[in-house]
Design a protein around this ligand. Structure first.
Ligand SMILES: NC(=O)c1ccc[n+]([C@@H]2O[C@H](COP(=O)([O-])OP(=O)(O)OC[C@H]3O[C@@H](n4cnc5c(N)ncnc54)[C@H](O)[C@@H]3O)[C@@H](O)[C@H]2O)c1
Length: 272
């Protein structure tokens, strides 16, 4: 997905730092070629890009990505936090290492890359946009993804807080819940055969990321957009009017007012 974003941003005239550790889907290994291949394609097409192969899940890695941008281009306007790995298993089979590494790459990785960019923007009084990649797996839940869902829901909360803090510095913070055919999703049920459907490809997600990063979205911050073959929709945390009480209430009172407290199950998730 990051390759599609980088290429579209470069076509729009952005100077891009392409970061990729180049590891396997489960986060093991690394290779320097992945980011450079994307950079070469961007440069061959007349764009401007440089590669960075740091590990986003470390503080040093996040600092190095900003340093690459500052050395090459002198400033930063947009950060897209996108790197991710998977260790899908039902919860009982999840090891502590599976938990730690998934949370580290997604949630801490988003912190490690955002922190230096945030402070650079703030200290230079420079407007900016920070995009964070969440997932419906965390926002709604998805079987077998306890570690990943926890990290992705954490990113949502992180995004909401930074949107509030960023308003005074002219920093917008947006979330993305993408859905596309990549190596991450290629073996999921229903994904086979979609290679030829342009709606299912990462290139179909990139325009939504470009929208969020651009002035077209200047009035939006603190929001998550779901983007997939179905189209684009906002995902929002909402609360029912609920049961109100001016006096202490019992568990039975709560049960009696279930109709006011809970959403009708038919509105829990609108997908089509
Ligand atoms: N594909 C989907 O449908 C889907 C759905 C929901 C969320 N997402 C999210 O979108 C993002 C992109 O996923 P994708 O589908 O393109 O997967 P992908 O596996 O094709 O790409 C993920 C990239 O992240 C890089 N990466 C992993 N760990 C890294 C690290 N520590 N430092 C630097 N780079 C690292 C990998 O090398 C890889 O290039 C992820 O955050 C993923 O969780 C994807």
């Amino acid at each position: 997905m990051g390759e599609a974003y980088a290429k579209l941003f470069a076509r729009e005239g952005a100077s891009v730092v392409v970061n990729d550790l180049g590891g396997a889907r489960d986060g093991t290994g690394s290779s320097v070629g992945a980011a450079q291949t994307v950079v070469d394609a961007i440069v061959a097409a007349g764009g401007t890009a440089v590669a960075n192969t740091s590990d986003v899940s470390t503080v040093e890695g996040g600092k190095a990505i900003l340093a690459t941008a500052l050395e090459a281009f002198g400033k930063v306007d947009i950060l897209v936090n996108n790197a991710g790995i998977l260790r899908d298993k039902t919860f009982a089979k999840t090891s502590e290492e599976d938990w730690d590494v998934v949370v580290k790459v997604h949630l801490k990785g988003t912190y490690c890359c955002t922190f230096p960019v945030w402070n650079w923007l703030k200290e230079n009084n420079h407007p900016g946009v920070i995009i964070m990649t969440s997932s419906t797996s965390g926002l709604y839940g998805n079987f077998g993804q306890s570690n990943y869902g926890a990290a992705k829901a954490g990113i949502y909360g992180f995004m909401r807080v930074l949107a509030l803090e960023g308003a005074r510095y002219n920093i917008r913070v947006m979330g993305l819940a993408p859905g596309a055919l990549t190596r991450m999703t290629a073996d999921l049920p229903g994904m086979q055969g979609r290679e030829t459907n342009p709606m299912s490809l990462p290139e179909n997600i990139a325009p939504t990321v470009l929208f969020m990063a651009s002035d077209l979205a200047s009035e939006h911050t603190g929001k998550v957009l779901a983007a997939s073959a179905r189209g684009v929709a906002e995902i929002k945390m909402v609360q029912t009017k609920g049961f109100r009480s001016e006096t202490p209430y019992t568990a039975e009172d709560v049960a009696e007012h279930a109709e006011q407290i809970f959403f009708p199950s038919s509105v829990e998730r609108v997908l089509s």
